[in-house]
Design a protein around this ligand. Structure first.
Ligand code: GTP
Length: 352
């Protein structure tokens, strides 16, 4: 079995952190996020992986190389311009030689049972099978409605209350697909095509698209809040990964003196945490300096950030690489650009 992993998006919702790295290279505890997807594939016996890249492919290639060190054969294709989620699969066609293949969105943390999904895919004779995850409120998502045999009845994008049927299960696209090679014929070449909006409806019209309802752990890491939650879940061992649990996670060379680092925190390599500083429920990058008495709680902090003594970086804060948070400042639910300086009086100066 082969897998195409879509890793080409811009990750705009995670800016400014994705100014300096593509979303799949954002850390998730002790490794880049997409390394967890490779681990998941390896656990399921998949050894042939294609990264379909767009934005900043070099960062992926320089870390993963030919994949050997990660237990896979890894190849790369790069969109000439953003091709969308189906165009990016079509772009990988030259490397897809198996009869069927997996497609993974590069921003989903899951321990979905890929063997059970394959068993259903084979039993139904599907052209495509979409993993589905339950949600309580489907109004912000695309609801996937199934017939009794799990074939897809329809997609309802952001359904309103009157479109919902009483008692029906609310299931959404979980971003993991199994496809027959013939599914590629539904995707025009060299164009921007959305798999959700264009390709799946076409396959549904032939009766060949099925859903695979799953209750496995599932989280889209695309927003600051969900990215933070995913890190905390990995630390707590709520999802099967190869990362060390329980937390906290401390990278190589972290010095923490008498600073307090809670079980739900990740701290990157060579970060220095001064006496009486505290870090909880946060992801702190590499080479950060956290000054005496500073507090970090519910925040995402990039690499090479300086948090001066007595500063507080609190719930919802996203601090770009190289920023400086001045002594005694408080930063709450906001994004501080890469290299910006928050002065002690709270004024924000852009990077010089
Ligand atoms: P936002 O800009 O924050 O919405 O993030 P995103 O650009 O990653 O978009 P989205 O979350 O919709 O993408 C879902 C998955 O498909 C992610 O893993 C993206 O990396 C990937 N993806 C989205 N668009 C493209 C594309 O045009 N080309 C490639 N190769 N991958 C894509």
């Amino acid at each position: 079995m082969q897998a195409v992993v879509l890793v080409g998006g811009q990750g705009t919702r995670l800016r400014p952190l994705t100014d300096s790295r593509p979303k799949p290279m954002m850390s998730m505890v002790d490794r880049p996020f997409v390394a967890h997807q490779i681990d998941h594939l390896v656990r399921a016996g998949v050894r042939d992986v294609i990264f379909s890249c767009g934005y900043r492919p070099d960062a992926l290639e320089s870390h993963f190389g030919d994949g050997r060190a990660f237990g896979v054969k890894l190849r790369y294709v790069v969109d000439p311009e953003p091709l969308g989620t189906a165009g990016a699969v079509k772009n990988a066609e030259e490397y897809i030689d198996a009869d069927r293949f997996l497609v993974l969105n590069g921003d989903i943390l899951t321990d979905l049972d890929l063997h059970a999904m394959l068993a259903q895919h084979q039993a139904t004779g599907a052209v495509g099978t979409i993993a589905l995850t339950p949600v309580e409120d489907p109004s912000a998502f695309g609801l996937v409605r199934l017939h009794d045999d799990n074939s897809v009845e329809e997609f309802l994008e952001k359904p309103s209350a009157d479109e919902l049927r009483p008692g029906e299960p609310y299931r959404i696209n979980a971003g993991t697909y199994l496809m027959e090679r013939s599914a590629l014929e539904f995707i025009p070449a060299g164009q921007k095509v959305s798999i959700e909006r264009e390709t799946f409806p076409k396959i549904t019209a032939t009766g060949g698209l099925f859903g695979f309802p799953s209750e496995s752990y599932w989280r889209d890491i695309g927003t600051p809040a969900s990215y933070l939650d995913a890190n905390v879940d990995v630390l707590a061992g709520v999802v099967v990964t190869e990362s060390p649990t329980p937390g906290p996670y401390l990278g190589a060379g972290v010095s923490s003196g008498s600073g307090r680092i809670a079980v739900d925190a990740c701290v990157g390599d060579a970060t220095q945490v001064a006496a009486d500083a505290s870090i909880s429920r946060s992801v702190v990058g590499a080479r950060v300096r956290v000054g005496q008495g500073a507090q970090i709680r519910g925040a995402l902090i990039g690499d090479d950030v300086v948090i001066e003594p007595g500063a507080s970086v609190l719930e919802g804060a996203v601090i770009g690489d190289g920023a400086v948070i001045g002594a005694g400042c408080e930063v709450g639910d906001s994004a501080i650009p890469t290299g910006a300086v928050v002065q002690p009086d709270g004024r924000v100066l852009a990077a010089s």
